[in-house]
Design a protein around this ligand. Structure first.
Ligand code: LLP
Length: 430
């Protein structure tokens, strides 16, 4: 049997899975399945683990968390983090609108992404984001031009591609020189010189993000050292960097992986920066997965058990459109029954109803289950609901947050009418 991840907020009591003080089976009964369920406590604990490293004993701040909201952008989740003092890392005008709708502070937002549109840049300048993380000279030109027209000055950082190997899945590795991200290491200094000469850009920081689900701290330290060299070189050229954005990427435990502890991870990087004489910099972390990944599960129900000569299939009512990670990255998510039953177990491929062989959620899982049972797909809080789609005209599923004994519906179940609402048939005459 594979290992279960270490979870906060979720536990087993008398053979039943609970989220905080609430039975998962009660949630299924009240809201139906499939649905996402989050623990408020788990979200808060993960955030406070970063915060512990970010604050000095005298209460002053040496770093701030900017939640990478692409990992889970539900308004309630943003609200929880905003109230705890988080900023946000966003990648679209839509995400910026979400921050504002959730009551977050746009001045605490960094705007990342390789393809910022004219409309998005204008919107970000109008609300006054903290910084644009710029990835190319054409983007710098565009930002400078729009800022000029609006009579504003755009605060900018360059996202550096440090060319380090984060040793993670190729689709989520971003800091190698053949990835599309960032400014090539060799071109960073000259690109800063170009930015310096622009009348409507103000250089305030430097940024990098090397990938996601990284389980070792060394690639972060390697990238950091390369960035510190640049900061020194820049200061010799009269370009003074105020903040250092280290991106996100810390991995989580999906199946018993040993992951760096959040506080130790953040402390190691911050101490390294201080030891090397750069303690004057404001540091930004952009974690996504390590804040929300293990704070959420996908709750689903067994529709059919289908034995075949080759395999046993457990067909559930959640599918790749609800949780894309297994189909897209062959990602592993632990799967457990919501209630342990004293019946024999079998090996199953857990699959969804979508018409694709890639529609699987877990392979070769040992499960003691019957038709109608509830299953929990663990570690589904990050890149679950935020990557979901309507494929096969499947309405998006509800999201629920539990705090102690309280249950909050934080996203209603979509209806087919909602999906069809924006579509139009051709007029009869053509
Ligand atoms: N900052 C930037 C600029 C990013 O591109 C990302 C993630 C993060 C921060 C947050 O990284 P995290 O702390 O979550 O590792 N859909 C994939 C992950 C894609 C990550 C994209 N960028 C998955 O499901 O594994």
């Amino acid at each position: 049997m594979s290992h279960l991840p270490q979870l906060h907020g979720f536990s087993v009591n008398q053979n039943e899975w609970f989220v905080e003080d609430v039975r998962l089976s009660d949630i299924a009964q009240k809201y139906g399945t499939p649905c996402y369920v989050y623990s408020h406590k788990a979200l808060t604990q993960a955030f406070m683990a970063y915060e512990k490293a970010c604050l000095r004993p005298d209460g002053s701040r040496r770093a701030r968390v900017h939640f990478a909201m692409k990992s889970n952008s539900n308004l309630a989740i943003l609200d929880v983090f905003a109230k705890l003092g988080a900023g946000f890392d966003l990648v679209s005008g839509g995400e910026l609108e979400r921050v504002i709708a959730a009551g977050g502070n746009p001045h605490l937002c960094v705007f990342s992404g390789v393809g910022k549109s004219v409309a998005e840049i204008r919107q970000a300048l109008e609300v006054g984001v903290k910084c644009f993380n710029v990835e190319s000279i054409p983007e710098l030109d565009r930002i400078n031009d729009i800022a000029g027209k609006l009579n504003k000055v755009a605060p900018i950082s360059l996202r550096v591609n440090p060319d380090v190997d984060a040793k993670t899945h190729p689709y989520i590795s971003t800091g190698l020189k053949d990835n599309k991200f960032g400014v090539a290491y060799e071109s960073v200094l000259s690109t800063y010189e170009t930015a310096k000469s622009m009348g409507h850009c103000k250089i305030i920081g430097i940024d990098c993000h090397i990938g996601s689900q990284i389980l070792d701290i060394q690639p972060f330290l390697d990238a950091l050292d390369r960035i510190l060299l640049l900061i020194k070189e820049l200061s010799q050229r009269g370009i003074h960097i105020q903040h250092l954005d280290l991106g996100g990427g810390l991995g989580i435990d999906y199946e018993g992986e040993t992951t760096p502890n959040i506080t130790e991870f953040a402390n190691t990087l911050l101490n390294h920066i201080e030891t090397k004489g750069f303690g004057y910099l404001d540091v930004i972390f952009e974690p996504g997965r390590s804040l929300v990944g293990n704070a959420g599960v996908l709750l689903t129900e067994v529709e059919y058990l289908k034995p075949t000569p080759a395999k046993n299939f457990c067909i559930v009512n959640a599918a790749m459109n609800d949780l894309m990670r297994p189909a897209m990255y062959e990602a592993f998510h632990a799967i457990v029954p919501a209630q342990n039953k004293p019946i024999p177990s079998e090996t199953y491929d857990v699959v969804g109803p979508v018409c694709e062989s890639g529609d699987w959620l877990g392979k070769d899982r040992q499960l003691a289950i019957e038709q109608g049972d509830l299953l929990l797909i663990l570690s589904a809080g990050a890149y679950g609901s935020s990557m979901s789609s309507n494929y096969n005209t499947r309405p998006k599923i509800p999201e629920i947050m539990v705090k102690g004994q309280q249950i909050f519906l934080i996203r209603e179940r979509e209806t087919v009418q909602d999906i069809l609402a924006l579509e139009r048939k051709l007029p009869d005459l053509i």
